[in-house]
Design a protein. Structure first.
Length: 283
């Protein structure tokens, strides 16, 4: 979360990049101790921008275009390593649904690359720059195109709101904070134990909770996009209920140690958004 502490630009240590593009931090020992005590040493950049759609600040030290460049190579490698399908039952359906949802999100479908990967995985993903992968396995588990619109809307929202860029920024600054902390504690006989605790604190206290927030935001705005595209947003709850039933056979970590919200949390939030949109909730 990019709160007031993170976005206060006064009396902050200087964060900058050197001639080689390496992130540097100028901090006094007092800055380090104060930042560690406040739990904010991992977020001392001036990269907060307010997003009106989200209703919150976003910590971004990279733009959507920069993230797209970073993701391009990974996307090309992925398409080489994992087989895609040309089966019109999958491809035509995805093309039809994604085009409507992307337009509803205010984007041009021609600028996106949507691929259907041949795999039994119940999964889909998005990469910066309008790259979306959907697995045949998850499509086989869907009952209708409205449920596909649920997944497409979710992934489109991740890209539209640059969630990957936000995660990248958080991780980068967390690494900087831990490096600085290591310098500050290097003379302490308990340095190793302190660094282990700090690392766990960064993961649980900052990075993972934000990931769950991203997921709920993607659900919320994906719901709006699919409804605007003409699909039934109530089917989103039905879809996640089916995914919840399918996952009960596998052991899931507790929510505090998961990058995704629990199924119950996700479904409850979807029903709240449906009510705000004027739809009946789904039990």
């Amino acid at each position: 979360m990019c709160n007031q502490t993170l976005c206060n630009h006064e009396d902050q240590p200087e964060v900058y990049r050197d001639d080689k593009g390496v992130l540097k931090v100028d901090m006094s020992r007092r800055d380090i101790v104060r930042g560690l005590a406040a739990g904010s040493v991992v977020a001392i950049a001036s990269g907060c921008t307010y997003n009106e759609d989200l209703g919150r600040n976003q910590l971004l030290i990279v733009s959507s275009d920069q993230m797209a460049q970073l993701a391009q190579g990974a996307w090309l490698d992925l398409k080489k390593q994992q087989p895609t399908t040309n089966d019109p039952r999958y491809v035509n359906t995805v093309r039809r649904v994604s085009s409507k949802v992307i337009q509803a999100a205010g984007s041009n479908p021609a600028a996106w690359d949507i691929q259907v990967f041949k795999s039994d995985q119940l999964n889909a993903f998005a990469l910066p720059g309008g790259k979306v992968g959907i697995y045949t396995g998850i499509m086989n588990a869907m009952e209708n195109e409205d449920q596909l619109a649920t997944v497409v809307g979710h992934e489109v929202a991740h890209v539209k709101y640059n969630h990957s860029g936000e995660r990248y920024s958080q991780s980068s600054l967390a690494a900087v904070g831990l490096t600085v902390a290591q310098v500050a504690t290097r003379k302490n006989e308990y340095n190793r134990e302190i660094m282990q605790v700090l690392g766990l604190g960064v993961t649980l206290g900052y990075i993972l909770p934000f990931s769950r927030r991203h997921e709920l935001e993607a659900d919320k705005f994906g719901l709006r996009f699919m409804a605007k595209a003409g699909y039934d947003p109530r089917q989103s709850v039905r879809f996640w209920q089916r995914m919840s039933a399918a996952s009960k056979r596998s052991q899931k970590p507790p929510e505090i140690l998961s990058t995704h919200p629990s199924d119950a949390t996700r479904i409850a939030e979807l029903n709240r958004e449906l009510a705000r949109m004027g739809y009946a909730t789904v039990s």
